[in-house]
Design a protein around this ligand. Structure first.
Ligand code: NAP
Length: 246
């Protein structure tokens, strides 16, 4: 896979899955913009990417705010001259059963997880359409397909991403832009590590491959979809869940 000199923007890339995606792309020679809510953390991660030999910068952005998104993407286009890859990865949870879920928690999750994908894609396609090339990869979730008690807002936001991905794919295919989603299952993070051992064992029993996923498992799928070799794949969802949903 040949990526050298390409430019990727990764939202929520300062830590977690987004950071692993950034590392995986940087190792392929992709210049990396980390766009995260904390500019300090974004800059810290960008400094780590530069050690991998690519140009990188970290910018503070709230991806749910249209003015901030327009400003930051305008600056990226100016500084880097292009945007080849956009990974819409920033996401939050505000869990609670529907009866008890506060309207503000519904709105926050929908705005940060779903509206952000619309706002960032809208800015990125302006640049990508001119280039006649682009790869948009949106991070959904297995709960978009299975539902999950306590995650009405989160599962709706992640299911919304799937519809948005398919529409983006249809609107921009003629401009050489593909749009796909990756839907991770249970991925090992600080949060899942902290669960009691018996709870983890129960969760693993629901996964045919018998283990939680790693951030590398997700990044591998993203790198493939970002490559030119994936050029005939658009509007699809790649499930990275060990078989827990198929
Ligand atoms: P994470 O560790 O919490 O990382 C998310 C990043 O997004 C953080 O750096 C966070 O900053 C940033 N962020 C939050 N709100 C933002 C905003 N308004 N604007 C810009 N950046 C913002 O999460 P993760 O576990 O790596 O998950 C990454 C993506 O994968 C998410 O979309 C998540 O829904 C999805 N996913 C995760 C799993 C899993 O098992 N972990 C499974 C399926 C799907 P702060 O930390 O400073 O708030």
């Amino acid at each position: 896979m040949e990526f050298k000199g390409q430019v990727a923007v990764i939202t929520g890339g300062a830590r977690g899955i987004g950071k692993t995606i950034a590392e995986a792309l940087a190792k392929k020679g992709v210049n990396i913009v980390i766009a995260d809510i904390s500019s300090e953390q974004a800059q810290g991660t960008a400094a780590e990417m530069e050690k991998l030999g690519v140009k990188s910068s970290g910018v503070g952005i709230d991806v749910s705010k249209s003015e901030e998104v327009a400003k930051v993407f305008g600056e990226i286009a100016k500084d880097y001259g292009k945007i080849d890859i956009l990974v819409n990865n920033a996401g939050i949870t505000r869990d609670g059963l529907i009866m008890r879920m506060k309207e503000e928690d519904w709105d926050a999750v929908i705005n940060i997880n779903l509206k952000s994908v619309f706002l960032c894609s809208k800015e990125a396609v302006k640049v990508m359409a001119k280039q006649r090339y682009g790869r948009i990869i949106n991070i959904s979730s297995v709960v978009a397909f299975m539902g999950n008690p306590g995650q009405a807002n989160y599962s709706a936001s992640k299911a919304g991403i799937v519809g948005l991905t398919k529409t983006t794919a249809k609107e921009y295919a003629s401009r050489g832009i593909t749009a796909n989603a990756v839907a991770p299952g249970f991925i090992t993070t600080a949060m899942t590590e902290a669960l009691p051992e018996n709870v983890k064992e129960d969760m693993k029993r629901a996964i045919p491959l018998g283990r939680f996923g790693t951030t590398d498992d997700v990044a591998n799928a993203v790198v493939f979809l970002a490559s030119s070799e994936a050029g005939y794949i658009t509007g699809q969802v790649i499930h990275v869940n060990g078989g827990m949903y198929m």
